[in-house]
Design a protein around this ligand. Structure first.
Ligand code: CTP
Length: 451
């Protein structure tokens, strides 16, 4: 019996898939089809699949060509499957020509001509209209955001806004988009969504204006300085039926989700303590080193360090204590936030003028998780135990440099209603962080008022 194998995502099952499976089957007597998991697709940079794994498997089944359907969930699996199932022919569409020639040492490799004019990508794009997004604030992060949107299907940067003419001009020339400098309403009218990347103190006003105008909003952290305002903005988004998301990118990185799942799985026993640290000494004169009112270590970095704490222990801590080391004009150069839960402790440390080991340590009764810097762009982490020779090392693929594309992909799927429940960063968690921000701001102001 001649055994054939092929693989694919088979998202939004279409004629090209049908023809491929038909021809694959005719290459032998028995056809095995490998359908990719969402996680595997994400790892190879395919974001925003429309159909669930079950639906995609069902669709392959319905063709009647597959004698066996398996799930593909990791790199290197093809070699294992070919040997395990005694495969004679490996086949894929011609868009993969040459890419799998290394399998020729195990079986015959045949690339079948692809059906012209159809693809899941094109169908996904037809299904939802492209999200036209405008960028508010054209400073340091905006160019990165612009570049990262090109890796996410279904979104396009159409314009930008910055009242500072010089920065606006430079950005417009670099990216060939119109950058508005005064007419905010005209800017908004061309968009479906905005990305707020302006100075911290301007975030909430822009967010409010955009939400009132019925636009979806992705806002850089921290979105607001007060609990009440965070509540108000999420309520406004709900009322106007638009998506509001705080851009704490770590929350959307696949490796970080895996880290949380491993931590909660019981392998380290009961989790007792979380310690998260992020420090970056900025260039002299930069906002985070000089703006004592709206920047500093805590405001810039604590969204990252509070995130694993709230994700693992929840937002209902019993007590919080905030301590800072202050620099010129009372800016905090290092801030430690201690959270006290029922029989659990956590610390979030942020430094802008103090350097430390930026690591995340999650301690349990059986072992601990160690994620080294840059853990906030999670690519790998260890599970360690009493026996120092026993280490379980986890690695996940990570596309791009700064993880922004995962956040953008999440934003697009929330807008399109394809992302399932809101669990990576909930409104409640974002509001709870704003509450800590408010407490911090009050304490720092009290210190500064005495100077
Ligand atoms: N395929 C094909 N003709 C098409 C589209 C896909 O023959 N028009 C083949 C692919 O070459 C592959 C299989 O169908 O062997 C499954 O492809 P998959 O990647 O799931 O489909 P695409 O439509 O290419 O998906 P995407 O646009 O997400 O890359």
């Amino acid at each position: 019996m001649k055994k054939v194998i092929t693989y694919g995502s088979f998202d939004l099952f279409h004629e090209g898939h049908y023809q491929l499976l038909k021809r694959a089957k005719s290459l032998g007597d028995h056809l095995t089809v490998g359908v990719t998991t969402e996680h595997f697709d994400q790892m190879r940079g395919k974001l925003n699949l429309a159909d669930s794994l079950i639906t995609r498997i069902e669709n392959v089944k319905k063709t009647g060509f597959a004698d066996e359907i398996i799930v593909e969930d990791h790199e290197g699996q093809k070699i294992e499957d070919i040997q395990r199932y005694g495969i004679d022919v490996f086949t894929l569409g011609s868009d993969w020509e040459g890419r799998f020639d290394y399998l020729k040492q195990y079986c015959e490799v045949i690339y079948l001509p692809r059906t012209a004019g159809i693809s899941s990508t094109a169908l996904r794009e037809d299904r939802h209209k492209i999200v036209r997004i405008g960028i508010i604030g054209t400073g340091r992060i905006a160019p990165r955001f612009f570049k990262e949107t090109s890796f996410v299907s279904g979104i396009e940067v159409v314009n930008a806004y910055n009242p500072e003419a010089e920065s606006a001009k430079a950005f417009g020339e670099l990216f060939q988009v119109h950058v508005y400098t005064d007419d905010f309403d005209a800017f908004l009218s061309e968009t479906d969504a905005v990305y707020v990347a302006s100075p911290n103190e301007t975030h909430s006003d822009y967010v409010r204006k955009a939400l009132v105008a019925g636009k979806h909003v992705l806002c850089e952290k921290p979105m607001t300085f007060t609990y009440a305002e965070a509540v108000e903005l999420y309520e406004l988004a709900k009322k106007n039926k638009v998506t509001l998301m705080e851009g704490i990118r770590t929350a959307y990185i696949p490796g970080f989700s895996q880290l949380l799942s491993v931590a909660k799985s019981g392998v380290i026993g009961e989790i007792c303590d979380v310690n998260a640290c992020f420090t970056r000494i900025g260039t002299p004169g930069s906002r985070e080193m000089t703006d004592a009112k709206y920047s500093g270590a805590f405001l810039e970095y604590s969204s990252y360090t509070m995130l694993p704490i709230f994700k693992l222990f929840g937002k209902d801590y019993k007590k919080v204590e905030i301590e800072s080391i202050y620099g010129k004009d009372g800016i905090d150069i290092f801030t430690k936030v201690h959270f006290y839960y029922d029989n659990k402790l956590a610390t979030a440390e942020s430094g802008a003028g103090v350097k430390s080991e930026g690591q995340l340590v999650i301690s349990g009764t059986q072992g601990y998780i160690l994620a080294k810097s840059p853990w906030w762009l999670t690519r790998e982490f260890d599970v360690r135990y009493e026996d120092p020779n026993k280490i379980d090392h986890y690695e996940t693929a990570f596309s791009g440099e700064d993880g922004l594309r995962y956040e953008i992909a999440e934003f697009v799927s929330k807008i399109n209603g394809t992302g399932g429940n809101d669990y990576k960063l909930t409104a409640g968690e974002s509001i709870a962080m704003a509450h800590v921000v408010e407490k911090f701001m009050k304490k720092r102001k009290e210190y500064q008022d005495k100077l």
